[in-house]
Design a protein. Structure first.
Length: 163
């Protein structure tokens, strides 16, 4: 009788452990929130730096971009993910702060457009300059102007989402 009780107990413990293991949830993805409540839900390692990034992939989110935001923290950026290489043009419509554009293809920085100035208030859309990569890219990272230089980011550096 004692032997049967031991076997039943052992089976119950195994089932309990198995059940606990099956119900484990994946760790929560990284999220950081800025003062305006914007969530930066991924991290990008570029060179030897790690940035909290808001990844945008839909046409609506890409069109909005960083327009209308008063600022962005120095350890944050917006990553435009196209999925396929494209020669997408960018502009600074309704921007309130200056940016660096870091053009990325196949997880490698191919070019940096530094210190892109916000437009003067009231500049008509048709007079806004556009900025393009020198060749098609699959991602564009927007960071505060001067960030690339301060962090010694250069052409050829690896740029990879790490979570």
């Amino acid at each position: 009788m004692y032997n049967v009780f031991q076997k039943i107990s052992l089976i119950a413990i195994c089932l309990l452990l198995l059940s606990a293991g099956c119900n484990k949830q994946s760790p929560a993805p990284h999220t950081a929130t800025d003062d305006s409540g914007t969530q930066y839900n991924r991290q990008l390692k570029i060179g030897d730096k790690i940035l909290d990034v808001q990844v945008v992939t839909t046409p609506v989110d890409m069109e909005q971009g960083l327009s209308g935001r008063p600022s962005m923290a120095d350890n944050q950026g917006m990553l435009f993910g196209f999925g396929v290489a494209t020669g997408q043009d960018f502009w600074m419509k309704d921007m309130d702060f200056d940016l660096d554009f870091i053009w990325i293809k196949n997880n490698s920085v191919i070019f940096i457009t530094k210190d892109v100035a916000k437009p003067n208030p009231g500049t008509p859309d048709e007079q806004l300059p556009t900025y393009s990569p020198p060749s098609p890219v699959d991602m564009v990272l927007e960071v505060n102007a001067g960030w690339a230089e301060r962090n010694k980011i250069k052409t050829g550096d690896e740029a990879r989402l790490i979570n």
